[in-house]
Design a protein around this ligand. Sequence first.
Ligand SMILES: [Zn+2]
Length: 78
Amino acid sequence: MEGGAIFLETHHVIALSEGGPDVEWNVVAICPNDHRRAHYGEDRIALRKRLIAVLVVQFPEKMDALATINQSGMHRSP
Ligand SMILES: [Zn+2]
């Protein structure tokens, strides 16, 4: 941004529409380009895996919950 500030958007790694919770351990701050990529990119599934790995490092106690919700969400239609 003007002045050199960084603009970030928040993204639910497991979408609310897929049963992801609206909590801190399901949210990342990413730049607008990567945010678009996370929703519409051909590599969005791989990117989601990487973002989940980041969340697991930050919130290790939520590892099981993230894995369970991720698996159930992966089978839903986009
Ligand atoms: Zn998003």
